[in-house]
Design a protein around this ligand. Structure first.
Ligand code: SAM
Length: 330
């Protein structure tokens, strides 16, 4: 078991398979011309599989594939097949904007994926275009229905932004009533050097629950220990789905954080809010250094996994880290 310097057990790895994304969400990118990581620096799928095996050797149970947009990387489905073959006991999940998912959900399910997180910040096509730069909301909605039709578990993640999507709370509550999905609002975080985060955009978890509670009857659900994740979930009376909030700012969950992150160029980050990175790529590419060496770096890195909220307070919530979210993976 991987245990960090604060005694937190780490069992969850988020792996960004690419820093490229087909959307251009205003809160995620720099706003300037994006500089992508050169292709030769991106881990190959084979290297990612070695990394997954190293994580598994450390008893990591859950691997979340993210990006950039994972489905935008060529042969992503083949990678899912490789993972299934070589790490069959890993619980692999995907976080996606779902714009490239419609038509592929059956294949994804066939490759052993049971749970998909879909990021969707608005239910209004014009606003979708405004936020993401692309007119693709219909594709996302089609992908959600396709996944649900196949019995996949779908969570919808909404970045909560006052003045941007707070007026859509009734529509999102209706969605959670009408479909068997978890609709989870994530507090907007001040990530990345040119983040558009500002105090006025802060829409806290507490406000969201109070406002939604005035629309429907909400019952808080028990959290299931560490593996339950950071969301606080609520059942909706008469609804098929659930409502949730994730509150990294107003009510942090750093003391139970069980995750590590690896960027698509093979840099291990022990905390979303810390720019300290540990380079795994040289070890993964070295002809004589094997998986044990990678495991050793991960173990050593973990000893210094910080409490993210302390970093947030130190920076007074301004640009808590430099990398843009599309290169970290969320
Ligand atoms: N392309 C994939 C997607 O859209 O889900 C994966 C990558 S995206 C960076 C991962 C998640 O991070 C998305 O749900 C996105 O909305 C969220 N995110 C990005 N910037 C954020 C911020 N500043 N605060 C909170 N969530 C953010």
């Amino acid at each position: 078991m991987l245990v960090d310097g604060y005694g937190r057990e780490v069992s969850y790895l988020r792996l960004s398979v690419t820093d490229r994304c087909n959307l251009n969400c205003f809160y995620c990118r720099t706003g300037q011309e994006m500089e992508y990581i050169p292709h030769e620096n991106i881990l190959t799928y084979e290297e990612m599989v070695v990394l997954a095996r190293a994580a598994r050797a450390l008893r990591v149970e859950k691997l979340r594939l993210t990006g950039g947009e994972p489905f935008a990387r060529r042969d992503f489905l083949a990678f899912l097949g490789l993972l299934r073959e070589q790490c069959p006991e890993l619980d692999v999940r995907i976080t996606t904007n779902a714009t490239l998912l419609a038509g592929k959900a059956a294949a994804v399910k066939h490759l052993g994926i049971r749970r998909i997180n879909i990021s969707m910040d608005t239910l209004d096509p014009a606003k979708f275009l405004e936020i993401t730069g692309r007119d693709m909301l219909d594709r996302v909605l089609a992908a959600i229905d396709e996944c649900l039709g196949l019995g996949l578990r779908v969570k919808i993640n909404v970045v909560a932004m006052k003045g941007v999507n707070d007026m859509e709370l009734p529509a999102f509550v209706r969605l959670a009533c009408d479909k068997p999905v978890d609709v989870r609002f994530i507090e907007f975080m001040p990530i990345g050097a040119s983040t558009r985060w500002n105090d006025a955009a802060t829409w806290t978890a507490r406000e969201i629950i109070a406002q939604a509670g005035a629309m429907v009857r909400l019952t808080p659900l028990e959290r299931h220990g560490r593996s339950g994740g950071p969301a606080r979930l609520f059942a909706i009376e008469g609804g098929q789905g659930r409502l949730g909030v994730i509150s990294p700012l107003s009510d942090h969950f750093c003391t139970s954080c069980n995750r590590l992150r690896v960027t698509s160029d093979g840099r291990l980050r022990t905390c979303l809010f810390s720019d300290k990175e540990y380079r795994l790529r040289p070890a993964l590419r070295h002809p004589r250094l094997g998986i044990d060496h990678v495991v050793g770096i991960m173990r050593r890195a973990l000893r210094t996994k910080p409490m993210g909220y302390e970093l947030l307070e130190l920076r007074r919530r301004a640009q808590v880290c430099d990398r843009v979210m599309s290169s970290i993976g969320g």
